[in-house]
Design a protein around this ligand. Structure first.
Ligand SMILES: Nc1nc2c(c(=O)[nH]1)N[C@H]1C(S)=C(S)[C@@H](COP(=O)(O)OP(=O)(O)OC[C@H]3O[C@@H](n4cnc5c(=O)[nH]c(N)nc54)[C@H](O)[C@@H]3O)O[C@H]1N2
Ligand SMILES: Nc1nc2c(c(=O)[nH]1)N[C@H]1C(S)=C(S)[C@@H](COP(=O)(O)OP(=O)(O)OC[C@H]3O[C@@H](n4cnc5c(=O)[nH]c(N)nc54)[C@H](O)[C@@H]3O)O[C@H]1N2
Ligand code: SF4
Ligand SMILES: [Mo]
Length: 741
């Protein structure tokens, strides 16, 4: 099956064993793995020493994926819910034909706008899943599309739209060359880095201080990352104030790189005016930080030889998420650190999506508005926080049939209880997943997806996010277990049944003529059609690193990548001096004063204190959990793992709670019970609780792990959804702690 695999024969019983290089698709470093396969079954995963960047490094989750691949509780056959609420096995034909018939009836009665899709985080690691999802959305004209993005990163995209006129152009910190990294709301030592694709990220960070530089971590918790470097214990959701104060000091003291601001941007004066009131003194009550410390930080950052500013989920899930993402890049630009070595730099895409999109305007920002709340779409998706109300609110355009793929929104979006109850009101609910999870347990059908080891892949969106540009193509390592199928195949099969075909442009259109040559017969899908690998090969070959069908020596194509099964480094480092090419605004300059941002700064006000809810809850990721879906793995759940809230001892004392006791956490929106773990790591006022616990699915070990869904504390009130990007507010929510008897 794989040209790169090494075969050996076990002399005893003729068992065939293969060692196949591939890569992990659980999180963003995409570490190289070697899979040991015996007679079509995975027996082991280990780190790939020959991978050019991860070089023999992988984390416990990647290695433990063997147990997910082989989990007896994995869904391997299409399931249909019976009248008694149990699932029964049905054939693919039965499932697809029945779903198709129900969809056609719904569309006849209520139109295509009654149909919706939520795709979760693991989809972003599958090029074929995302490609076919987008193809289906465009071909069918789907409006109700939701994703994990509104709980994760859409604010980052909208900030890029405002700054650069290019939603998908996101700068990354140039870790290998920077002298100063200011990191807000990220814990890469545990998360392994996000919106930057950096194998061995811990080494990259310690190398900065090793060569005499600094790493400053702004976080309400003294995290595993902060402990290695310098910690600034900000109050939850204080980042907008802190960043504005840093800019204020820099402008006031004339520390800005005036030449860079003039050359790269417009609106510098307006930004300066907009931040003028945010002095370190004026913001101290919100940030919880000493004014002198903020001043010193601003000076050090501005004077550093080179500096990068980087923020991740801790800065994306507050009430001002888009503003914060905007100010992060503005700070880099104003200090002369945007698009220069050691600063924040723009990687080159494998497929020129940003440019193509800017030219063709395929998906963007605010092309549509959500029915509930009137939120602008981001890359064709609406805030997942309105999904429940889109189902329960009567009227034209009501969401009546929902598909979820690679998602567990009851666990991951705000107010899981509301969503769980709304799902029960759907006319049709279909899920494509590896498991019966906390969301699809009430679905009409659960369709079995292949794991990442059972599909071919190339990490399309991640090449531009790697300080050392690289890529890797992998063939499937295993044939699908049971009757698992790839998402793109399932999407295509469903689409066909409602008369829609992704990527089927009419034969008279130029794209149609081109794609005409790119058709292949696929088992189970009827007539010849475009396939993901045909399309991606074309896109790669004509892309920025492509071989241009032979015109560019050493350019890439799938064929070329197959010859390098451990991955290929595409360049030593990200090119700088590319800003004019990145920025799509007329005039080619970054906008520092978009109306949305200037307005938000002018009205920015702290949430009034409520004595009934004196503390704030924030998130926390743990090394051996992955969002909601790795709690069924025995290796990862060994030891004393339990769902616990991290609380500062002073706050616990006020609430009358001791270490190890159970306590009740109450917000204005809900209430959960967790174990209290007291730690000086938390700033006083902030309580950290991991998400993705409190399971009720088809995964017994996960169910038995206990815990609670922290998102039951979160709100889906329209006023609580961040207006610019539709971000869910999951960090900094006011809470109260009470002891449990
Ligand atoms: N082990 C593990 N790794 C993962 C995941 C996982 O679940 N487990 N999930 C993956 C996913 S989907 C993602 S998106 C990435 C996320 O990658 P990261 O964002 O690096 O991961 P987190 O650990 O959530 O780090 C967020 C940090 O923000 C802090 N924080 C919370 N509120 C605030 C605030 O208001 N201001 C500031 N400045 N900080 C705040 C938290 O204390 C936390 O330390 O991780 C990925 N990697
Ligand atoms: N309070 C709070 N909430 C959060 C966050 C937070 O920091 N705090 N973080 C948010 C973030 S950053 C994210 S990304 C979201 C994640 O939110 P979601 O993406 O909704 O949920 P996951 O927990 O990642 O669940 C992924 C599902 O995909 C399935 N799966 C795994 N691999 C595959 C595959 O290859 N194919 C298919 N079809 N299914 C697969 C798993 O079995 C699981 O059911 O959670 C968000 N929610
Ligand atoms: S760090 Fe992420 S990509 Fe690397 S092995 Fe662990 S889970 Fe997989
Ligand atoms: Mo995420």
């Amino acid at each position: 099956m794989c040209c790169s695999s090494r075969w050996s024969r076990c002399c005893l019983e003729g068992v065939s064993t293969r060692e196949v290089p591939t890569y992990c698709r659980i999180c963003e470093p995409l570490c190289g793995l070697i899979a040991t396969v015996e007679d079509g079954r995975l027996v082991r995963l280990r780190a790939d020493k020959e991978h050019p960047l991860s070089r023999g490094n992988a984390c416990p989750k990647g290695i433990a994926f063997t147990d997910i691949q082989n989990d007896p509780e994995r869904v391997l056959y299409p399931l249909r819910r019976t009248a008694s609420g149990e699932f029964e096995r049905v054939s693919w034909d039965t499932a697809l034909d029945e779903i198709g018939a129900r969809l056609r009836a719904l569309i006849d009665e209520h139109g295509i706008e009654s149909l919706g899709w939520y795709f979760g985080n693991p989809s972003s690691f599958s090029y074929s899943h995302t490609l076919w999802m987008v193809g289906f959305q465009m071909a069918a004209g789907l409006k109700h599309v939701y994703s994990a993005g509104s709980q994760d990163v859409n604010n980052r995209f909208v900030a890029s739209e405002l700054l650069y006129g290019s939603l998908t152009s996101v700068p990354v910190p140039d870790l290998d060359r920077t002298d100063f990294l200011l990191m807000l709301g990220a814990n890469p030592v545990v998360s392994h880095g996000s919106v930057m694709s950096v194998p061995r990220v811990r080494e990259k960070l310690t190398a900065i201080t090793g060569r005499g530089g600094r790493v400053v971590v702004v976080d309400p918790r003294n995290t595993e990352t902060a402990k290695l470097f310098e910690h600034v214990g900000v109050q939850p959701d204080g980042d907008a104030w802190l960043l504005a104060a840093l800019l204020q000091v820099i402008f006031e003291e004339g520390l800005e790189d005036a030449e860079a601001v003039r050359r790269q941007a417009t609106g510098g004066h307006e930004l300066r005016r907009a931040v003028a009131r945010f002095t370190p003194e004026a913001t101290a009550a919100v940030t919880g930080l000493e004014p002198d410390r903020v001043r010193a930080l601003a000076r050090d950052l501005a004077r550093a030889e080179s500096a990068a500013v980087y923020g991740r989920t801790g800065t994306c899930l507050g009430r001002h998420a888009t503003l914060v993402a905007f100010l992060i890049d503005a700070l880099a630009l104003v200090t002369g650190n945007l698009d220069r070595p050691g600063g924040c730099v723009f990687g080159k895409e494998l497929v020129a999506v940003s440019k193509l999109n800017a030219r063709l305007g395929l998906v963007g920002y605010g092309k549509n508005r959500s029915r509930i709340g009137g939120f602008p779409d981001v890359l064709g998706t609406f805030p997942a926080a309105v999904m429940a109300k889109e189902i329960t609110t009567p009227g034209p355009g009501r969401l009546r049939a929902l598909f979820t793929s690679a998602g567990n929104p009851v666990s991951s979006v705000p107010n899981g209880r509301e969503l769980a109850s709304a799902l029960g009101q759907l006319d049709l609910f279909v899920s494509i997943d590896l498991y019966v999870n906390d969301t699809n347990r009430g679905a009409d059908y659960v369709l079995p997806a292949t794991t990442f080891l059972e599909r071919d892949d190339i990490p399309l969106p991640f090449a531009a996010l790697s300080p050392t540009p690289y890529t890797q193509y992998t063939e499937p390592v295993l044939a699908p277990y049971g009757e698992a199928r790839e998402e793109w195949w399932i999407i295509d099969a469903l689409a066909t049944r409602i008369g829609v075909q992704p990527f089927a442009f009419g034969p008279t259109r130029p794209a149609g003529r081109l794609l005409g040559a790119l058709r292949r017969r696929v088992p189970g899908l009827g007539s010849a059609r475009p396939t993901p690998s045909l399309l991606v090969d074309l896109a790669l070959r004509t892309g920025p690193y492509g071989d241009l069908f032979g015109l560019r020596r050493k350019g890439i194509s799938l064929r070329m990548l197959r010859r390098h099964p451990h991955g290929v480094v595409l360049a030593d480092r990200i090119e700088t001096g590319v800003l004019r090419d990145v920025v799509q605004h007329k005039g080619g300059r970054v906008r520092l004063d978009p109306d949305e941002i200037v307005l938000e700064l002018s009205v920015l006000a702290a949430r009034p204190a409520d004595p009934a809810y004196p503390l704030r809850v924030i998130g926390l990721r743990e090394l051996k959990s992955h969002n909601s879906w790795m709690h069924n793995v025995e290796q990862l759940m060994r030891g004393d793992r339990e769902h616990a809230a991290r609380i500062n001892p002073k706050d616990a004392a006020v609430a009358g709670i001791s270490d190890g006791e159970r306590c009740r956490v109450t917000s204005p929106h809900g209430s959960i019970e967790v174990t209290a773990r007291l730690t000086e790591d938390m700033v006083s006022g902030a309580v950290a609780i991991p998400h993705g616990w409190g399971h009720h699915g088809g995964w017994q070990l996960a169910n038995a792990a206990g815990g609670a869904n922290v998102n039951d504390l979160m709100s889906t009130d329209i006023a609580d959804i961040e207006p610019l990007a539709g971000m869910s507010n999951l960090n900094g929510i006011p809470i109260r702690l009470d002891p449990l008897p």
